[in-house]
Design a protein around this ligand. Structure first.
Ligand code: IMP
Ligand code: MG
Length: 184
């Protein structure tokens, strides 16, 4: 565990309430998810699609724990209206050029909250006729949404707190923290 002085050095003096998942805990979980994904796809072409920006660290660590051939691409989604994903309207700002048809797709998300983002993206990606489509989320706030069978690979069932670090931001800050903290 980092000392509070180490945390404050990284945050520029802004305090976090607590560290929810430390580096070692995250690494062990990412390892396990990599093994799970490796054995879930014995054959076929696998495309790991990272949803930016939140998944950038998770995806980088995860693909190195998947021991089979795969390709990597990214999606950038943006939400309309108030700028929160809970508006339920999601638009693709960057659309992968990779062919999705006939491939096993694993969409990598940092965190599933209301589930709106993932639900919309699943609908859009299904239209490209992948061989299969699954979501891998590092964190899942399961109390915040109805069960989602597509969310097949989950790291942690997250508390309904506002979490930052390891890719997760608050107003674009804190993404670089190597651990995940409860901001409030
Ligand atoms: P959803 O569409 O409500 O499931 O929201 C998912 C998106 O909201 C994620 O991709 C994150 O960008 C953001 N989000 C939800 N909860 C948190 C949180 O606790 N910390 C940081 N971002 C979050
Ligand atoms: Mg965000």
């Amino acid at each position: 565990m980092p000392t509070s002085a180490e945390v404050l050095r990284r945050t520029g003096g802004r305090t976090v309430k607590s560290i929810v998942y430390d580096e070692a805990t995250i690494a062990a979980k990412v390892n396990a998810l990599g093994a799970e994904i490796t054995s879930a796809y014995p054959d076929g072409e696998l495309l790991v699609l990272g949803l930016l920006k939140g998944s950038f660290i998770f995806l980088g660590d995860l693909v190195r724990k998947i021991e089979r051939p795969l390709q990597v691409d990214f999606l950038v989604a943006s939400s309309y209206g108030a700028g929160t994903s809970s508006s339920g309207l999601v638009r693709l700002v960057y659309d992968p050029e990779t062919v999705l048809e006939g491939k096993h797709i694993v969409l990598v998300e940092d965190i599933v909250d209301s589930g709106n983002t993932v639900r919309k993206l699943i609908g859009m990606l299904r239209e490209r006729d992948p061989a299969s489509l699954a979501v891998c989320a590092l964190l899942d706030k399961i109390e915040m949404h109805a069960p989602m069978p597509e969310v097949r690979f989950v790291g942690f069932q997250a508390p309904t707190a506002f979490l930052v670090g390891y890719g997760l931001d608050h107003a674009e800050d804190f993404r670089h923290l190597p651990f995940i903290a409860d901001l409030m």
